[in-house]
Structure formats: C-alpha cells, structure tokens
Ligand binder design. Structure first.
Ligand SMILES: Nc1ncnc2c1ncn2[C@@H]1O[C@H](COP(=O)(O)OP(=O)(O)OP(=O)(O)O)[C@@H](O)[C@H]1O
Ligand SMILES: [Mg+2]
Length: 335
C-alpha cells in the first residue's frame, strides 16, 4: 500500500460538538494525532448572483438549499460580519436542534468536509454522542442515528462513543482507563466514570458554556455572542470583582461548577453496586469551558475530594482541552 492508501484506511475520531466539530487522525504511528476543526455553525442569505459570485471569488465553500445561499463552518463566522447576518447553529445542548430545518444538511456538509469519503471499505470512525441528562427525555437516539447515517453514506463503519468515555480513552491510559472523564463543552457537561475502559456511570448536565453566555447576557443586557468573546479572551474564575461582566460570568460559571460537582457526588452516592475500586481514581476535566484559569481550583473546592464517595487520586485539566474528545474517540477506534 502507498502512504496515501494506508492513511486512507486508518481509523478516525470525530467529536460532534454543539459549537465545534473536530476530527482526529493518526498520520503516523507513535506520533501525536493531527486535528482539524470547523465551527458547527452556518449563515443563510437569499440567493443572488452577486452574493454567489462574491463567495466564489473569495473561495468560500457554499451550497444552495431551497433558494438560499448557505455558508457553513469557519467561513460562517467570517461572512456573518461581511453580510451583517447572525450565525445559526445546527445543534443545541449536545443534540440536533429540532427548531432548525437546516440542521441535517449543514451537519452533513461540515462532516463531509472534515472526514471526506472513505475510499477503503469499512474504514472505522468513532463519533462522540452525549449522555442523557438526569431529568431530561432527550432525543439522543435520533441524533445518534442521523450522524451514523451521514458517516455511513460517506462509506464509513461508524460507531458512537459517549463523550465522557472518550475523555477517559484520551486521557487515562496511565490509569488503565479507570477514572472520571468530564468534558465541559458548550451545550453540556458530559461525565463518565469508567473502570478498565468499561463505563459504569454516564450522565450529562444541561449547563455549560452556552448557559453561561446566555445568563450573563440576560443580567447585563449585552448580547450572548459578546459575552462569549469576553469570556474566551481573558476571563479568570476567581469570584467577584469590580467589573459587571466579569461578575456575571463568575456567577454563572460557579452555577455550572456547583451543579456539576453536586450531580457527580449525588449520582455516585446513589449508584448501587459500584464496582469495588482498589485504588483511588483520577478526574480529568476537558472541553472549552474548562480552559479559564481558576476553573480547576473552583471545581476542586466544590467537589470536596477529601470527603467524596470514592477516593480521588488527582484532579487535572487535560493538556489540550479542545481536542481531547476527538483524540479519545480516535484512541477508542484504534483499540
Ligand atoms: N479560552 C476559553 N475560555 C473560556 N471558554 C472557552 C474558551 N475557548 C472555548 N471556550 C468555550 O468552550 C465552549 C466550547 O467548548 P467545546 O468545543 O469543548 O464544546 P463542544 O464540544 O462544541 O460542545 P458540547 O460538547 O457541549 O456539545 C464554548 O462555550 C466556548 O465559549
Ligand atoms: Mg464536546
């Protein structure tokens, strides 16, 4: 097999996230995976020859759906400003957004661009799916089947993996894939306690980055997109300060952290027949919402690990929080 042919038969890991879709591929055994991502967003404009020729001139990938021009992925952000339109998102809280008629074609377009067509029959791809929320009746089965079908139509042998379990695969080879993987993303925080790579507890909470942006916007009268920009720029989770926006972000960051820590504690406490763990287990935090300074300290204080139903060896943030799910999906596909 030539290098190119070999590469095209290797498995892929795909993180299907509410705000970003990331593919991880192993180009070379023994080397770290390579990542490519696209914003999970799009804009639409009424079709006009002029707008289409402008997009063509700029080399922007676009499609025509039902009389509208649709620009998807990273270009959507760029051209939202040029054309003064709002970006829209195909997913909401970890799942396909039922209110958005364009969601499936847009996801198909972004996923196809990232993974391409499988030229070797049965090429494996593991794709992330969210866990159920404790009190939510979520349409996970429909979401999972839809992404599976997109990948199957591209020629892949596709398998779902829960996002929390992907974090365990990506970050916990050192503890024999035993520990608690947490991904704090945009729509959800996904959690998985796995023992020797087998998931024992798997749940999500419906509060993460989007919740922080929306709530902080509500109380400050600003736009959620502006909150997101300020949050990503230089926000530190360290309690209240003199600044109105920083205070609002702090309050809702703390809400997410408390809800996550409390739900983790109560879920583990109420689980009957927890496997007997001889050793203490690590917790790894990943996802974009775990990036700001101070997140680890606030989460650790909220969890009170010294008084937790199972023994915790360490709590740390993943080295590359935005790529950790895709990396774990790839590692699982390679097993
Ligand atoms: N540097 C940063 N500081 C603070 N927040 C950040 C930073 N970078 C990204 N984020 C936030 O992280 C979230 C996106 O994280 P991530 O890419 O892990 O989510 P996702 O996988 O798309 O969503 P989900 O897993 O919930 O479906 C957004 O809310 C974004 O604002
Ligand atoms: Mg995610």
């Amino acid at each position: 097999m030539s290098n190119v042919e070999q590469e095209s038969s290797l498995p892929l890991g795909l993180d299907v996230g509410t705000s970003r879709i990331v593919v991880a591929r192993n180009m070379d055994k023994g080397r770290p995976p390579q990542y490519e991502s696209q914003l999970n967003a799009f804009i639409t404009m009424p079709y006009s020859k002029l707008a289409e020729s402008l997009l063509e001139r700029e080399g922007v990938f676009h499609e025509v759906f039902g009389g509208e021009l649709v620009v998807t992925g990273n270009d959507a952000q760029r051209f939202a400003e040029v054309f003064h339109v709002e970006t829209r998102r195909p997913m909401l809280r970890g799942l396909l957004n039922p209110q958005e008629p364009h969601s499936l074609p847009v996801m198909r377009s972004i996923i196809s661009r990232l993974v391409g067509k499988a030229t070797v029959a049965g090429r494996k791809v593991f794709f992330s799916i969210p866990a159920p929320c404790p009190d939510g009746d979520q349409a996970i089965a429909y979401h999972e089947a839809s992404i599976h079908q997109i990948l199957k139509q591209l020629g892949f042998d596709a398998q779902p993996i829960h996002e929390g379990l992907a974090v365990v695969f990506g970050e916990m080879s050192g503890s024999n894939y035993t520990g608690i993987g947490i991904s704090c993303g945009s729509g959800l925080c996904n959690v998985c306690l796995a023992v020797l790579s087998v998931p024992v507890i798997n749940f999500a909470i419906p509060k993460a980055g989007d919740f922080i942006d929306a709530q902080a916007a509500l109380v400050t009268g600003e736009l959620a997109t502006r909150m997101r920009v300020l949050k990503e720029l230089n926000f530190v989770v360290n309690g209240l300060s003199g600044d109105r926006v920083q205070n609002a972000l702090s309050v809702y960051y703390d809400d997410v952290i408390q809800t996550l820590a409390n739900t983790l504690r109560s879920t583990i406490s109420s689980t009957q027949r927890l496997p007997k763990l001889d050793q203490s287990v690590p917790i790894v935090l990943s996802g974009g919402t775990a990036i700001p300074k101070g997140f680890l300290e606030r989460f650790t204080a909220a969890l009170q690990p010294e008084d937790f139903p199972i023994k915790i060896s360490e709590i740390r943030v993943a080295a590359d929080p935005l790529n950790s799910t895709a990396r774990g999906a790839l590692m699982a596909a390679l097993c």
